[in-house]
Design a protein around this ligand. Structure first.
Ligand code: ADP
Length: 244
């Protein structure tokens, strides 16, 4: 009986590993193909008399390189966190800088005509946090808001203080999730089976990393979503104590 359980677990792990390799290759290939295509266009000399189109081409290459960087960052963070090797550099300060940094980076990653991105970052409470970690969690939520929304994306980032905690919200008008799907999305390698998801690439690690990082900050992360009705992800972090 035990042997059967082990064999089942081994087969599941092998399947997960092979899906992971296929999915990550697919995810890396998407920006890489765009970079190759735009670089080839520049190399062909077709745009040599068109400064505007040349600049557009270069912007796209940099944008796609930024996506590649975000994917690689996610894989490395996953590796470090699963081996308990993730060093966080905690400081007591407001999270506004980390969130603003993520919003700016995200803005540089997507064509401006595809999104309406608004942010209200009104937070002065100090939070014990690693700015790089919070920046990457928020960037990941923004990337998901973009990936899982068809058509024109309306994305909102709100940061607000209450008496003893800070809430960071990332809200989209995307494909949303059923209550059942929403229950599993923070598990590693889990992707909701959504027909609207189309060919969106991913490996299902971003949210489990986000949860791990938020846990390390003694915070919580949750989602409020409706199928076809958009999603709102909320991170709640405790304010730093008075002794800070
Ligand atoms: P990935 O995007 O690589 O699949 P994540 O861990 O970031 O991995 O997300 C897990 C799953 O949660 C996604 O595959 C998707 O099904 C669902 N999901 C995440 N963010 C959203 C969102 N903003 N709207 C709808 N579904 C989402």
């Amino acid at each position: 009986m035990l042997a059967l359980v082990f064999a089942g677990r081994k087969a599941r792990l092998a399947r997960q590993q092979s899906d992971y390799i296929a999915n990550i290759s697919h995810e890396l290939r998407t920006p890489l193909s765009a970079i190759t295509l735009y670089a080839q266009t520049l190399q062909s000399g077709k745009l040599k008399d068109n400064d505007e189109k040349t600049a557009e081409c270069i912007t796209t290459i940099l944008r796609e390189a930024s996506w590649l960087d975000a994917i690689i960052d996610r894989v490395l963070t996953w590796r470090a966190s699963s081996k308990d090797l993730l060093d966080l550099h905690m400081k007591d300060e407001p999270v506004a800088g980390a969130v603003q940094g993520a919003v700016e980076r995200f803005r540089s990653m997507v064509p401006p005509d595809e999104i309406t991105l608004s942010s209200s970052i009104k937070s002065e409470l100090k939070v014990r946090h690693d700015a790089k970690a919070i920046n990457s969690v928020v960037l990941n939520l923004l990337i998901n808001a973009y990936k899982y929304t068809d058509g024109h994306r309306e994305i909102e980032v709100n940061v607000s203080d209450s008496s003893d905690c800070v809430t960071i919200e990332v809200k989209d008008n995307g494909i949303g999730l059923t209550a059942l799907q929403a229950k599993s999305i923070f598990l590693p390698f889990h992707r909701a089976e959504n027909p609207e998801r189309g060919g969106t690439t991913g490996v299902g690690l971003g949210l489990s990393i986000a949860r791990h990082l938020v846990d390390r900050h003694q915070g919580t992360i949750s989602v409020d979503s409706r199928h076809s009705g958009g999603s709102s992800f909320k991170i709640v972090l405790p304010a730093a104590g008075d002794d800070s």
